[in-house]
Design a protein around this ligand. Structure first.
Ligand code: ADP
Ligand code: MG
Length: 235
């Protein structure tokens, strides 16, 4: 309001607008600026690796992925319903891209989002535990409406690390949403969580109310690099 009130006052005078009209314009501007700042702050706090949105996602490259279904999730009702999303598929099929795009959409809807790779999250949990700060970290994670856990399955964890991750996932069950991406099929998750019982208990909770997408297509990275190579040869 401070930076705009003079300019708007001049405009109002020129347009012969009354004081109420002027005040309304000025407050509307302030409200819009605050809303936009809040979204930017939520996006910063989410810690996305790189900004990726659906407008740059080529759905024709992943025929197994339903575009209407994905765009419906971008409306965020699943987060209000405390449901989960799993994106499964081989490397380079756009899992992280879609996870970030859904996270951005959630930020714009006013949700609190945190993005971690599974490995980074486990490291954070282990470090917090060592420093007697685990409760604090768990309380912080509990405040997020959507926790994104990317790349589950590339690295396996220590037993203690797996148990901490299990605790986070189990705590969120029916209370807060989780988005998990993995290169592993559910039947292979035992490798990550060490122990069939913990894996079964985890999958039971995670998949109870879950939108599951299998994104199996040729790697987008690989296709792009082949295209570039062909283009270079053609020169
Ligand atoms: P994954 O997480 O499944 O390994 P990424 O989402 O990291 O794959 O995708 C790898 C790269 O290819 C990223 O730069 C991503 O933006 C891009 N990409 C993947 N799939 C698509 C797609 N269908 N349309 C546009 N870009 C894509
Ligand atoms: Mg990825």
């Amino acid at each position: 309001m401070h930076s705009e009130f003079e300019k708007l006052a001049r405009e109002a005078a020129a347009a012969n607008e009354g004081y109420e009209q002027y005040l309304l314009r000025l407050t509307e501007l302030e409200v819009a600026a605050r809303a936009s700042n809040a979204v930017q702050a939520r996006i910063r706090q989410a810690g996305f690796p790189a900004p990726k949105d659906f407008d740059t996602f080529d759905f024709t490259a992943v025929p197994s992925l339903s575009k209407p279904k994905m765009l419906e999730l971008a409306r965020g009702e699943w987060i209000d319903q405390r449901a989960n999303v799993c994106l499964l598929g081989s490397p380079g099929t756009g899992k992280t891209h879609c996870a970030v795009a859904l996270g951005l959409a959630a930020c714009r809807l006013g949700k609190r989002v945190r993005f971690f790779t599974a490995a980074a999250l486990v490291t954070r949990l282990e470090e917090a535990q060592k420093q007697y700060q685990l409760d604090r970290l768990l309380a912080h994670l509990d405040k997020t409406d959507l926790l994104i856990c990317d790349e589950l399955g590339y690295l396996s964890f220590s037993r203690a690390g797996a148990e901490l991750l299990f605790q986070v996932f189990a705590d969120r069950y029916e209370r807060r949403s989780l988005l998990v991406t993995s290169n592993l099929a559910f039947s292979e998750w035992g490798q990550v969580f060490q122990g069939e019982r913990m894996t079964a208990a985890l999958l039971d909770r995670l998949t109870h109310r879950c939108h599951i997408f299998e994104m199996n297509s040729e790697s987008f990275r690989f296709r792009e690099s082949m295209k570039n190579k062909k283009a270079k040869k053609g020169e």
